[in-house]
Design a protein around this ligand. Structure first.
Ligand SMILES: N[C@@H](CCC(=O)N[C@@H](CS)C(=O)NCC(=O)O)C(=O)O
Length: 219
């Protein structure tokens, strides 16, 4: 039976949540893993997108002036970005199990997400510096500086990882996507070297069905 809301709006019961998407994006993956973990993945419709810092994809810009992915269009036509807002939305629409409501636990999860996002931001910038920027314009000190952020972020993750246990929340999801992105694009970094706790944790977390279903194409 259709819900009152759906009947009043004359729309199907389970409308789609459209996510502008590229399989390689760790930020998109974070949202997709979150959708799986809150039970909303069946409602996600992937819209292929070509986000690029220079050659902007007009289809994304129509919904997000920053031209970045992930961008989500809700079933009632609201545009949401960036990945943090989208994950909060998915959490609120779904099982609500990814962000503790209050107290230290809430801030720990959110700062874990910030740390993981920072690792992904720095890694994505290095990727753009090496694959998008013309060779003559590249700045090696920039790459070194961004990789130092990745390294110190990973060291902080290593210090936290032995305490993760069976946690599945926005913090651990973001860490999983950051490590998955490093495996995908930066395997030469060998991040597992000297980080046994993070490596052991990722062995287990990476085997979750939400992580397997969202793996980037080449891993
Ligand atoms: N803070 C953003 C970062 C998103 C981001 O950097 N996405 C990349 C793809 S992985 C992008 O859209 N890049 C295009 C650009 O920089 O214009 C989020 O959390 O969603």
């Amino acid at each position: 039976m259709r819900s009152f809301r759906a009947a009043a709006r004359n729309e199907p019961e389970e409308t789609a949540l459209k996510i502008y998407h590229a399989a390689a994006s760790p930020f998109v993956r974070k949202c997709l893993v979150a959708a799986h973990e809150v039970g909303l993945h069946a409602r996600i419709e992937l819209v292929p997108a070509a986000a690029h810092p220079v050659n902007r994809d007009k289809a994304i810009v129509a919904h997000n002036p920053l031209g970045k992915i992930p961008t989500l269009v809700t079933d009632d036509g609201q545009d949401l970005f960036d990945s943090r807002v989208i994950c909060e939305y998915l959490n609120a629409q779904g099982r609500g199990n990814l962000i503790p409501r209050e107290g230290r636990a809430r801030w720990s999860v959110l700062v874990d997400q910030s740390l993981a996002d920072g690792i992904m931001d720095a890694a994505v910038l290095v990727r753009y510096e090496t694959f998008a920027r013309p060779e003559a314009l590249r700045w090696n000190d920039w790459i070194t500086g961004q990789l130092e952020k990745v390294t110190s972020g990973l060291d902080a993750l290593e210090a936290r990882a032995s305490g993760f246990g069976a946690r599945v929340d926005l913090g651990t999801i973001a860490f999983g996507c950051a490590l998955g992105y490093l495996d995908f694009r930066f395997s030469a970094l060998n991040w597992r070297d000297k980080r046994p706790n993070a490596a052991e944790w990722f062995d287990g977390f990476g085997a979750r069905s939400s992580m397997i279903a969202t793996r980037p194409p080449a891993t």
